[in-house]
Ligand binder design. Structure first.
Ligand code: ADP
Ligand code: MG
Length: 548
């Protein structure tokens, strides 16, 4: 008897199948992860019973069939009985549907499917008929659906426990010479990309070619043969012990994952056993990607749970100031889909995110203190991002990030941190002095700078953002920042001076706000100064530039 899908299931399928964002490839990951879940269930059941458990009995197999244009995903898992086929494949949790509908407009489908537990249905993106043959408790049933319109369930034959899902591929998944989801190389690539770290072997019989026995140098002959290959690596690098890993392996992984083209600058390998357990490898790239400082850049870390990649790029794991970081996180304490435990999941992810950002910061401080050259390389590439983060938080991130900043020191003639400036202060010094200019050379030549006592260090700010930043910081550990060009209000003015000032103001009523006497000029005739609280001349220039 044919049955209609529940109304909400229909809606979701329509949305998914017709979504313009559709990345069809991910259906394979979804089916593999379901297979892996099913094997997990059986495996633990078997472990608990008195059964002799042989790990090699638990596997997933992919079987492409060129002739009937089908792809079968077979598992040795727990299987589904008639009711389960009906309930699991014929319905979708309503709440999930509603959220899905809301999100499908602006998210990409790749992220959505993993989140909302509609994985199985993604197979309809590539197939017009799906047959699920499943055996549980010595009884087998077939669930058949054509075009995601309706389905029927009938008794069937199947030898072993587990599930076999056969997709009859849509006509539009092939062109004249390429049948994409039957191609063994494509399948291998998809498994490696999305399911490499599934903890059970994913097998496939592959066709290879070798020199025939009667092949000679003059007359080379090749023959085809088949071999069952395991396509996934099973043990991911982040699950290995730090001590057993060489730098080279971290670097290779970085490149394999496409995190960057150059070698990474540095990395941390975390194995946290806190309220939420997780493992992670986080990299600091050496170079910013070309779009890093543009709107197009997307931050995030790969997120795995139970060997399944659930998100290619989970944004919330990285604070904006550390958007440059790349890497992967795996926690078996987060469930694979939000529909099961929405709140729980966010709470756990928040914990993970907090830990990761904390570790990135302490790693950077560690580099600053112990490998200054590396830190400077980092800071030159990504320092602006940290400055912007402080700036955009209106100072809320000041405490968290101010110690990561470097500024140019006049006296040391190199980049120093604010805490280093503070350490060098004499007991009589009251503020952290800074001078602003277009370039390091220009500031160094400025008369105002020359007039500052050589004993006092001055931070030379020549990066566009720096002056805004200093204004936003206001203080560093209770020490105020002070511009060397700030007007001194308490300077004594003689009667003569007052006369002169009066005259100058008369002559230049619109050109100047005020006229002051200064002892600071040496060779130069004038020095432009600004009123207290106003932006400097350099900053004004920057603002003007930005307006255009
Ligand atoms: P999710 O995996 O997020 O629960 P899916 O739409 O991917 O959502 O799958 C729906 C349900 O169907 C699963 O929860 C599971 O109970 C069942 N199922 C899917 N594939 C299999 C399988 N290969 N073996 C056993 N059960 C399966
Ligand atoms: Mg699933």
């Amino acid at each position: 008897m044919k049955k209609e899908f529940k109304a909400e299931a229909k809606k979701v399928m329509d949305l998914m199948i017709n979504s313009i964002y559709t990345n069809k490839d991910i259906f394979l990951r979804e089916l593999i992860s379901n297979a892996s879940d099913a094997i997990d269930k059986l495996y633990y059941k078997d472990l608990k019973s008195d059964k002799n458990v042989d790990k090699s009995d638990y596997y997933i197999e992919i079987i492409p069939n060129k002739d009937q244009r089908s792809l079968t995903i077979k598992d040795t898992g727990i299987g589904m009985d008639e009711t389960e086929l009906e309930e699991n494949l014929g319905t979708i949790a309503k709440s999930g549907t509603e959220i899905f509908k809301k999100n499908v407009k602006d998210e990409n489908i790749d992220n959505l499917i993993g989140q909302f537990g509609v994985g199985f249905y993604s197979a309809f993106m590539v197939s017009d008929k799906i047959v699920v043959n499943s055996k549980k408790d010595d009884k087998a049933h077939k669930w058949i659906s054509e075009n995601a319109e309706n389905y029927e369930i009938e008794d069937s034959e199947k030898e072993d426990q587990g599930t076999e899902i056969t997709l009859f591929l849509k006509e539009n998944t092939k062109d004249e010479n390429y049948d994409i989801y039957i191609d063994q190389y494509k399948i291998k690539e998809l498994v490696r990309r999305y399911s490499n770290y599934i903890r059970y072997p994913i097998k496939m019989e592959v066709t290879k070619s070798r020199k025939a026995e009667d092949s000679t140098d003059e007359n080379p002959k090749y023959e085809e043969y088949t071999e069952v290959e395991v396509l996934n690596s099973e043990i991911p690098i982040w699950k290995k012990n730090k001590k057993d890993l060489k730098d080279e392996e971290y670097i290779n992984f970085y490149k394999d994952q496409g995190y960057g083209f150059d070698d990474p600058l540095s990395w941390i390998h975390l194995d946290i056993e806190g309220a939420v357990r997780f493992k992670a490898i986080i990299y600091i790239p050496r170079k910013a990607p070309f779009d890093f400082y543009s709107k197009d850049f997307q931050k995030g870390l790969e997120l795995y749970s139970n060997g399944v990649k659930i998100k290619e790029r989970h944004e919330d794991l990285l604070d904006d100031e550390f958007a440059f970081a790349k890497g992967v996180v795996e926690s078996d304490d987060i469930s694979l889909n939000i529909s099961r435990e929405t709140l729980q999941q966010t709470r756990e992810l928040r914990f993970i995110s907090k830990q990761i950002n904390k570790r990135i910061k302490s790693h950077l401080l560690d580099l600053m203190n112990n490998d200054r050259e590396k830190y400077e390389t980092f800071f030159k590439e990504f320092g602006n991002n940290i400055k912007v983060a402080i700036y955009e938080s209106y100072g809320a991130k000041k405490d968290k990030l101010e110690d990561l900043l470097l500024f140019y020191s006049r006296n040391e003639d190199k980049l120093i941190s604010l805490s280093e400036y503070k350490e060098n202060m004499k007991s009589t010094d009251e503020s952290i002095l800074y001078a602003v200019g277009e370039s390091l050379e220009k500031i160094k030549e400025s008369p105002a700078l020359k007039s500052v006592d050589k004993d006092c260090d001055v931070l030379l700010l020549y990066e566009k953002l720096d002056e805004f930043l200093i204004k936003m910081l206001g203080k560093y550990k209770d020490i105020e920042f002070k511009s060397i060009s700030q007007v001194e209000d308490n300077e004594e003015e003689s009667e003569d001076d007052k006369d002169l000032i009066g005259k100058m103001k008369e002559i230049l009523p619109d050109e100047v706000v005020d006229v002051k006497i200064s002892e600071n000029l040496s060779d130069e005739v004038i020095s432009m100064i600004k009123q207290k609280g106003e932006v400097s001349i350099e900053m004004e220039k920057t603002l003007k530039l930005q307006e255009n």
